[in-house]
Design a protein around this ligand. Structure first.
Ligand code: ZN
Length: 229
């Protein structure tokens, strides 16, 4: 069962279209894996549509008053226009049919549809880590697919900014627990951890600054830090 979810505030901002593309994509991918959040997001979408409709009605009424027109007629027009724009049946007609598949050795992983239309760089590798950058072009905010081969670990680190991790396949553990596909973790400078995977895992990671390694020779760990950021 998925234990870690985006919080309500983040889901609301997602529905309102107020988030950077990198974070929106991670949430959309989580929604494909988590029926609970998908349902909650549907409810939020309906609430937002209703409040937008109410705003439009108020504007329409004011406009109608100013122009001395019939308020109801103008309201109906707006309602019809909004109904067209927010028509639900359009969604199914334009869903993305194909999903990207990744192959690691003899393992094939199907990516969430939310990622299928985003360009990806080729995988760069350092030890048991491999990273492909997603072409979202959001400056210091970088989104990557991170594959950790069985037995791989990321040395203990904390974050100068934030680190959003969505586990897509396999499992990994850190000091806080064990994660499974769909788990959505948002960490910042208050957290430090040492992720480890026994059987290998694939994550979607969004970070906005370099990792800070707590132990060892940071120079030796730089290639790992650069790979992840
Ligand atoms: Zn969820």
């Amino acid at each position: 069962m998925i234990k870690y979810h985006p919080n309500s505030e983040l889901l609301l901002q997602y529905v309102q279209g107020a988030l950077p593309a990198s974070i929106s994509v991670a949430i959309a991918a989580h929604l494909e894996l988590c029926a609970h959040c998908a349902e909650h997001t549907d409810t939020l979408e309906q609430q937002c549509a209703h409040s937008a409709f109410a705003d439009e009605q108020i504007e329409a009424s004011e406009l109608a008053y100013e122009q001395s027109h019939n308020e109801d007629a103008l309201g109906d027009e707006y309602a019809a226009m909004l109904a067209d724009i927010t028509a639900d049946d359009l969604r199914d007609d334009f869903s993305i049919a194909s999903s990207k598949e990744l192959r690691f050795g003899d393992k094939t992983i199907t990516l969430p549809r939310a990622l299928s239309h985003i360009g990806m760089g080729r995988f760069m590798q350092a030890g048991k880590l491999a990273r492909s950058r997603l072409e979202l072009d959001e400056g210091s905010m970088r989104t990557s697919l991170l594959y950790i081969a069985p037995g791989g670990t990321i040395p203990e680190h904390t974050h100068t900014g934030f680190e959003l991790t969505l586990l897509l396949d396999g499992s990994f553990s850190d000091e806080q627990g064990t994660y499974e596909p769909g788990d959505f973790m948002w960490l910042d400078h208050r957290h430090q951890h040492t992720p480890y995977t026994e059987h290998g895992c694939l994550c979607l990671a969004v970070v906005n600054s370099a990792l800070h390694f707590n132990k060892g020779l940071s120079k030796l760990l730089n290639p790992i830090g650069e790979l992840i950021y």
